[in-house]
Structures are given as structure tokens and as C-alpha cells.
Ligand binder design. Structure first.
Ligand code: PMP
Length: 468
């Protein structure tokens, strides 16, 4: 057994992994990367088809990001934001504020003006949750018990607060006793629309009817009921345009604007979780902007550092910030923070990544990549085990089913998604499924030929593992 495998098997416990399965085989041990390519300890090359769990933007080993980090390393790697300011964190905060308010004047109350840094998507959401909670108590009165509404299938991270906002039984049920209760409302999962209203992407055996936005009506009903009970929702929490870990569920055009207007109309703050959708993944810099939705909280992580370092940010308004101002002895302080908050290396990578993101070459590359992905994924429709192919910008999910006519899902225990991804890995393409949904989310530097290889590997893997 290779020394690196021995070491891993002896000591490392991997996330979201059945370790008995893991220990049965030799893992792929990544030793280097270049652009969209990852290399393992045996010298084999793979395409990074999910951007290293949705983090990488511009490719691995990027000269500009490397140079920015080296420059910063020549000064300092880290000093604490508890008590001290630092140059790259302040610069990054200013850039994020600019990006988050493309057309908003400095005096607009909706302007996202303040940035709270943390470490990852879960903590970015935890910060939004705590701020929304405390802001609500301070504005509605200390006796208020703030309530939260999020979407069915939601995933917002693995810390206890973020898990409370989530609604994936498989991940979250075990911790029920640790969690606080939040409400859920149906998400617009058109492919499995319970009202049978979905527009089918291809003719099938199910009769579908015209969509009357029944799912939007559900949000209205929930918000109205909470208000009638005298305790309107403190916040509505959502991933804009595409719900990621729920199974790559895209929202039909207009849904986001409608539901956020409704939630806000009933007094709720808006918490946009753009941990996955942020930084151009869905087309615009932030997905909320596509439908002109300005949230009160914007949670960012994953791509914030171009996929180099763990760093996150929660943006909010001056109004929320002001609610935490007071004399020291009033103890209105936001009592939250992490050792690595505002880390200089992460911030330097973030600044360099944002500069790359704004370049016209990157904008053009993303447009080409989006088209290539759409074109290459078309061939998958001919497979009888492919039920749905969903793409928003540079994010795609392919739902595997027993038979596309009936849409019958595979039981999770059959590991259909996992087995297909293993067969893709044997063909040199790495990604990870969400249940029966295979994700393709390539880094922005991925070439058209590489996209073709990713889609080709998926096609062959479905044929090999599921028979068609
Ligand atoms: N929110 C969303 C939408 C996510 O996709 C994820 C991670 N997949 C998280 C939050 C949690 O982020 P992290 O894993 O960095 O804690």
C-alpha cells in the first residue's frame, strides 16, 4: 500500500463519507493541479468537474492568485481581527460592497454596506442567522421569539444553526434534538411538481397543466399565517436561482422576485445564501441580482478566495449594523467571531480573484463555457436513465431515474449517483453526486474540449452503470 494511502487510512476521517466504504479501496490522493486538471500520486490526471466541491473559480495553480498570495506571505499571513484592522480585509470588504450594490446609491437603505468575515459557508450563514435573530428582537421587542422560513430540501451548512435552517432529513434528522425549529415551504422543484404543473422538457407520459405558481401561493400562505398568529417571520432564507445541495433545483424565471416580495411584504428580512451561487456561477456576479432582489443579508464563501482558502463573508445593511451600536456597558455588541476572521492570506486571494472575475477575458470565457455545457449536455437526454438535465449558468445537475417515462427515482441505498461518479472517475473526470443527481460545475478556465470530455464521461458512465 502506498505510504500516503496508509497515512490517510490510519488517521483521516472524511466528510460526508461512509468510512467503511472508503477503507475498502485506495483513494485518489491529489498531489497537484493545473487549470481544470487535478493530478494524483500515481501521476494520473483528472478533470475537476465540480470545481473541488464548488469552490474553485479560475483554475488551480493560477499564476495571479499564486503571486498575490506570495506577495502577502512576504508581509504577514495572519493577525487577528479581534482588536486590529488589516489592509487586505478592508480592501476586500470595500470590493464586496461595490459588487453587491451595482446600481445602488450610497444613501439607499437597501445598500449592503457592512461585511462580517468568517471561515466558511456554514459560519457565514450562522452569522446571518444570529444577526437576523437579534436584530428582530431589538426592533420588535425582547419578548419576540424570531421564527425563520426556509425552503424544502434546503441546505445551509453543518453548524447547528445552519442545520436548523436546513431540511434534508438524511443529513439533519440525527441531530433533531440539538436543533431549533424552523418552518419550511415547498421549493419550485418543477421536475417533480406535486401539482403536475411542470412544463416537461420533452414529451412524456405525464399530463402536465399550465403553471399557476401554486408554489408561490404556498409562500404567501405561510407568511400570511405567521403574521396572523402575531409573530411574522423574522427572515426568509433561500438560495437564489438554484438550490444546490437540495439536488440542483433551478427556480423558474420570476419565482425569486415573487416570493421575496411576498416575504418582505409580510415583514421578513431576506437572507440570500449565495455560498454556492456567488461569484458568477449562475451568470451574474450574484444570483439575486438576476431578478433584482436585494437581500438584507448576503452570505458568501466557497468562491470568495477563488477556491484557494477557507474564508467567508456576511454582508448586511447599515440599519442592521446600527442596531448593534451603543455604549460599551449597554452590551449591544455582536458577540460572535473566529480566530481567523479577516485572515490576510484569504483576503489577498479574494482580492486577486475578484480582479480576475471582472476581466473581460473571464466574462467571455464564462459565456463560452455556459454555451459549451448546454450544448454537450444535450446528448444525455437520449439516455433512458436520465430524467432531467438542469442548468443555470455554469451549474448543472443531471437527475438519474429508473425510467425517464415514469420519473421513478432510484432508492438511495442503490447508490446510483455514487456508482456513476465512480465510473466517471475511471474515465478521468471527478465529481460528486447529490443523491441521484450528478453535478457538473467546472472551473471558469475549463476549455470546450474539456467540457466535452466531462459530458462524454457522464454519458458513458450512465450507460455502463445503469444500462442506459
Ligand atoms: N450554503 C450552501 C448553499 C452550500 O452549498 C454550502 C456547502 N455546500 C454551505 C452553505 C456550507 O458551506 P461550507 O461547507 O463552506 O460550510
Amino acid at each position: 500500500m502506498h505510504k500516503l494511502v496508509r497515512l490517510d487510512h490510519a488517521h483521516v476521517w472524511h466528510p460526508f463519507t461512509q468510512m467503511r466504504d472508503w477503507l475498502r479501496r485506495e483513494p485518489i490522493v491529489i498531489t497537484s493541479g493545473q487549470g481544470a486538471v487535478l493530478r494524483d500520486m500515481r501521476g494520473r490526471e483528472y478533470l475537476d468537474a465540480n470545481s473541488s466541491i464548488w469552490t474553485n473559480l479560475h483554475g488551480h495553480n493560477h499564476p495571479k492568485l499564486n503571486a498575490a498570495l506570495k506577495r502577502q506571505l512576504g508581509k504577514i499571513a495572519h493577525s487577528s481581527a479581534l482588536g486590529f484592522a488589516n489592509e487586505p480585509a478592508s480592501g476586500l470588504a470595500a470590493e464586496l460592497v461595490k459588487l453587491a450594490n451595482p446600481k445602488r446609491s450610497a444613501s439607499s437603505p437597501r445598500r449592503l454596506q457592512k461585511v462580517f468575515f468568517s471561515d466558511d459557508g456554514s459560519t457565514a450563514m450562522e452569522v446571518a442567522l444570529k444577526l437576523a435573530y437579534e436584530f428582530t428582537r431589538r426592533t420588535r421587542g425582547p419578548k419576540t421569539k424570531p421564527r425563520f422560513l426556509s425552503l424544502a430540501g434546503a441546505y445551509h451548512g453543518d453548524t447547528v444553526g445552519a442545520v436548523s435552517l436546513g431540511h434534508i432529513d438524511l443529513f439533519h434528522k440525527a441531530y433533531g434534538g440539538l436543533l431549533f425549529k424552523t418552518d419550511q415551504v415547498m421549493s419550485p422543484y418543477c421536475y417533480r411538481c406535486p401539482f403536475n404543473r411542470a412544463k416537461p422538457e420533452r414529451a412524456d407520459a405525464r399530463k402536465t397543466r399550465k403553471c399557476n405558481w401554486e408554489c408561490v401561493g404556498k409562500v404567501e400562505a405561510k407568511c400570511a399565517a405567521a403574521r396572523k398568529q402575531g409573530n411574522p417571520y423574522a427572515a426568509f432564507v433561500f438560495e437564489p436561482l438554484m438550490q444546490g445541495a437540495a439536488g440542483m433545483i433551478p427556480q423558474p424565471e420570476g419565482w425569486l422576485k415573487r416570493v421575496t416580495d411576498i416575504a418582505r411584504g409580510h415583514g421578513a428580512l431576506l437572507v440570500a445564501d449565495e455560498v454556492m451561487t456567488g461569484f458568477g456561477r449562475t451568470g451574474s456576479v450574484f444570483a439575486s441580482q438576476t431578478e433584482s432582489v436585494q437581500p438584507d443579508f448576503l452570505a458568501l464563501a466557497k468562491g470568495l478566495t477563488g477556491g484557494y482558502l477557507p474564508m467567508a463573508a456576511t454582508l448586511t445593511t447599515q440599519r442592521v449594523f446600527d442596531a448593534f451600536l451603543g455604549e460599551y456597558e449597554e452590551f449591544k455588541t455582536f458577540f460572535h467571531g473566529h480566530s481567523y476572521t479577516g485572515n490576510q492570506l484569504g483576503a489577498a486571494a479574494g482580492l486577486a480573484s475578484l480582479e480576475l472575475l471582472a476581466r473581460s477575458t473571464s466574462v467571455a470565457a464564462r459565456a463560452t463555457l455556459e454555451k459549451a455545457l448546454r450544448r454537450e449536455l444535450k446528448s444525455l437526454w437520449s439516455l433512458s436513465n436520465v430524467g432531467d438535465v438542469r442548468q443555470v449558468g455554469l451549474v448543472a445537475g443531471v437527475e438519474l431515474v429508473r425510467d425517464w417515462r415514469t420519473r421513478e427515482p432510484f432508492a438511495l441505498a442503490e447508490r446510483a449517483g455514487i456508482r456513476v461518479c465512480e465510473a466517471m472517475a475511471r474515465r478521468g473526470v471527478l465529481t460528486r453526486p447529490i443523491g441521484n443527481v450528478v453535478v457538473l460545475m467546472p472551473p471558469y478556465c475549463t476549455t470546450t474540449a474539456q467540457v466535452k470530455r466531462m459530458a462524454g464521461a457522464l454519458y458513458e458512465a450512465v450507460e455502463e452503470v445503469l444500462g442506459g
